[in-house]
Design a protein around this ligand. Structure first.
Ligand code: ARG
Length: 564
């Protein structure tokens, strides 16, 4: 499809010497034109006032692409030829259909490390955010032609497993671990911690278990494997609800035998200092005050050590261009340190430059139902199921005869949670308010889904499919049709913007706007007009709107119901 900015810049560059491409901006206000170019950037070079430059350029420029040019206060405002743009968009849609807005293979690889809950611990709200944000980014990169690798870096390693093994040995018969593994293991963990605190002998046994685990002791390893498997089974319930699959699931333990190399390289490069028995890397030089511990005084590794080994592994295995880590901002320092130490690992600089911490703010749950469980943790599955239940009540209220109500409720309920998570810049702290997320009006997922469903119900009324050749462009000369076309035209650049900033909310907001514009359109015009040409043209247009809404939602990790 034509890149309008590029076309405009080619036209402008016949007259001026600077590169105009990045200076041309889309005009967001209504009735002021479509694109603008600021002439003051030329004032110095041409020794002329910007408004005179704009006047001159206006007279010189002539192109089929442009319907009208205005010179306003030193800005050159372009009105694009509406019919030209409509034809471009419709033809592009016709040739791509479900794949509208995608890109060919770029040959670039991006690793996305997301979700990463911890074994034998609850999957908490932070993990949900990581999962939702990571999954959206994953889908969008993939759609734009990146070779995309979704990685679940499970927290399956650490001294706590020595304790858990001890607790299991003592009390496993008292707990229903098979049926409710995470809750029960957490209880055991809390109990053994308390015991170990008052009884040094128990603590010693815990430490010894961890040592045995590291040495590959069969009993300990098998138990730890069992904890892993049971936990993953629990996590899978959430992944199934969200429709998520990973390309690689590798726990931190995978890197145990790969950490020696990290230490060796750092030692060879004289980056290791010993401080109170621990091996650390001083990062003062990198502008980071806190040094990064690599090996603790008792000889054990830390979280960062495993991440450094993972960087070596991923660079070699995937040859990535970008490697993203989606976690909360609580780990900001953590990743700053890790990425700084990565500079000392003799990697090709491209692998270090490609590292990026995609951090996000915290979610607070409103008081009440979710926050009272003992230990102050909430079962994520409960949150999602609660959303589905509520969605079911709302949907059946609106449409009591709906078939497949459970399927629709799942799409609406899960969609509401996912969309709510992705509606603001990720760094913002949020209050998780499911009732608000489930509103049918306002900036919510059900609103978008509802608009989609309404389009679908109009399309179902037709006795035959409308083809592109049935479209009469002169029947779409109203402002709202053109506004819809412009938004559809922007879909691909919105997706690119998401990947440039790693901010899925850019897409969420775009979809809300598209749904709102459609709603205006629907309220202003009779889609199934008695004039057959008008009717066909409008139908073809709203069919594209429906498809972009559906594709956009799908990329965010949200499925569309066909009725609701
Ligand atoms: N398991 C960690 C947590 O729950 C997140 C891991 C993120 N990924 C990584 N490569 N460090 O906080």
């Amino acid at each position: 499809m034509v890149d309008i900015k590029k076309e405009l810049s080619t036209i402008l560059n016949k007259e001026v010497s600077i590169d105009t491409y990045t200076l041309i901006k889309e005009i967001k206000e209504k009735d002021k034109g479509d694109y603008t170019f600021p002439c003051f950037v030329l004032a110095k070079e041409l020794h002329k006032a910007p408004n005179h430059i704009a006047d001159d350029l206006k007279d010189k420029i002539n192109s089929d692409l442009i319907e009208k040019i205005e010179s306003v206060n030193g800005y050159l405002n372009f009105y694009i030829n509406k019919e030209f743009l409509m034809k471009e968009v419709f033809n592009e849609y016709e040739s791509k259909k479900d794949e509208y807005g995608n890109e060919e293979q770029t040959g670039k690889t991006v690793c996305i490390d997301y979700s990463a809950p911890n074994i034998a611990k609850p999957f908490h709200v932070g993990h949900l955010r990581s999962t939702v944000i990571g999954h959206a980014l994953y889908n969008i990169y993939k759609y734009l032609g990146y070779n995309t690798i979704g990685i679940n870096h499970l927290g399956d390693y650490g001294t706590q497993f020595g304790k858990l093994i001890e607790g299991y040995k003592l009390w496993s018969n008292e707990y229903d671990i098979e049926n409710n593994p995470i809750d029960e293991l957490v209880k055991i963990y809390v109990r053994i911690n308390a015991l170990a605190e008052e009884n040094p002998e128990v603590l010693e046994r815990c430490r010894n278990n961890f040592k045995l685990l590291e040495e590959g002791d069969e009993y300990c390893v098998n138990l730890w494997k069992k904890f892993s498997e049971l936990s993953l089974k629990e996590f899978d319930k959430i992944y199934d609800l969200l429709g998520i699959k990973f390309d690689s699931i590798k726990g931190e333990s995978f890197y145990i035998d790969k950490m020696d190399e990290v230490v060796k390289i750092l030692e060879k490069n004289n980056k290791i200092t010993i401080s109170e028995g621990a091996k650390i890397v001083d990062l003062e030089e990198e502008g980071i005050k806190t040094p990064c511990i690599i090996i603790k005084s008792d000889g054990s590794s830390i979280y960062a050590t495993r991440d450094l080994a993972a960087i070596l592994y991923r660079s070699r295995t995937y040859d990535y261009d970008k490697s993203l880590y989606v976690t909360s901002y609580e780990q900001d320092l953590q990743f700053k340190q890790t990425f700084a130490v990565a500079k000392y690992l003799d990697l090709d600089p491209k692998y270090v430059d490609g590292l990026e911490h995609v951090s996000f703010g915290m979610y607070r749950l409103p008081e009440g139902k979710f926050s009272t469980r003992k230990g102050n943790f909430i079962k994520l599955e409960d949150i999602l199921n609660d959303a589905i239940e509520k969605a079911k009540a709302k949907v059946s209220d609106k449409n009591p005869d709906l078939e497949d109500i459970d399927d629709v409720a799942k799409k609406v309920g899960v969609g509401a949670v996912v969309f709510g998570d992705l509606y603001n810049s990720r760094i913002k702290d949020e209050v998780f308010d499911i009732d608000e997320m489930l509103e049918f009006q306002g900036e919510t997922c059900p609103y978008i889904q509802y608009m989609y469903v309404r389009i679908k119900s109009i399309l179902r009324k037709l006795d035959k499919e409308v083809l592109i050749n049935d479209v009469k462009y002169d029947k779409l000369h109203d402002d709202l049709s053109y506004e819809l076309v412009k938004q559809i035209y922007n879909f691909n650049s919105v997706l690119k913007d998401v990947t440039e900033k790693n901010e899925p909310y850019i897409l969420s907001r775009y979809l809300i706007k598209l749904a709102q514009t459609y709603s205006d359109y629907y309220n202003s015009y009779k889609i199934l007009s008695d004039d057959i040409d008008e009717r066909n043209s409008r139908v073809y247009l709203i069919n594209i709107v429906a498809n972009v809404l559906k594709t956009g939602c799908h990329l965010l990790g949200i499925e569309m119901p066909e009725k609701m």
